[in-house]
Design a protein around this ligand. Sequence first.
Ligand code: NAP
Length: 299
Amino acid sequence: MANRKVITVFGATGAQGGSVAKALLESKHFAVRALTRDVTRPKALELQGLGAEVVKGDLNDKASVETALKGAYGAFVVTNFWEHFSKDKEVCQGKLVADTAKRLGLKHVVYSGLENVEQLSGGKLRVPHFDGKGEVEEYFWSIGVPMTSVRLAAYFENFLTSWKPAKAPDGDYYTLALPMGDVPMDGISVADIGAAVSSIFNSPEEFIGKAVGLSAEALTTQQYADVLSKSLGKDVRDAKITPEAYEKLGFPAAKELADMCRFYQMKPERDVKLTHRLNPKVRSFSQFISENLGAFKDI
Ligand code: NAP
């Protein structure tokens, strides 16, 4: 262990970082330094039990980011827009890691990025939780950090929570409200990204300087509904909601998510074939749902 190169994993107690930390620990090629604001959290203790060095750190604190990256070979970096809903804050956190990685001479950063949709759409669409990450991607590369951006497809896990089928008010069926029209939307279980990121760390020469779109498969809303119908034994249908109707639903970020789906309808590059090469065990939506039936007990 002592001789292994160290990879600092940000967000290690969360979905993405947790998946990456566990995959790196399992592969045994690197030592893992897991970052959290609270080292007593059960997920932090679990990682410690699996062999990670758990350190306290905060993305808003320059000194702790420096401590987290000191002596590390590489880092997996994820920032959590949904904790504060602020693009500026997310950009600030990302740039702090980029500047520190540059100063300390890290050899390979894998950053969980996304496209700058506002820039790509000429200002027509605004998806702040994408836009900020796009700005940070550019920044990493512009200052010369050896960085691979992984652009994740929508998590399949969203179907267990915010995208769970809703009971139709007028009948004995359920609807799936994803404003995608007939365009397939890429998806992946966040639990499966770790092995793919681990493969990327093992092939720096192939992936440094590139953006890699990770996706297990792309399905239309009707196809997602069909899988849910079959797996749950319920009648699940595409609600056929338009982005215009979706953005009027009134919940926080409804407009942002409607614009995200408008962007998804433009088919941003997510590479299913490459994802399967990076993680041959990546699960299909059908496999994922069949392993998570417990989450649908209440419908
Ligand atoms: P998560 O499960 O909620 O975990 C968030 C992690 O971030 C925790 O480990 C937390 O650590 C850490 N964190 C938050 N603020 C921090 C700070 N100031 N300093 C240090 N660590 C901090 O989140 P996730 O799902 O892994 O990642 C969220 C990101 O994924 C979002 O930005 C979102 O845009 C992106 N994303 C989501 C999807 C999707 O379909 N849902 C798809 C692509 C990308 P502690 O609390 O332990 O400190």
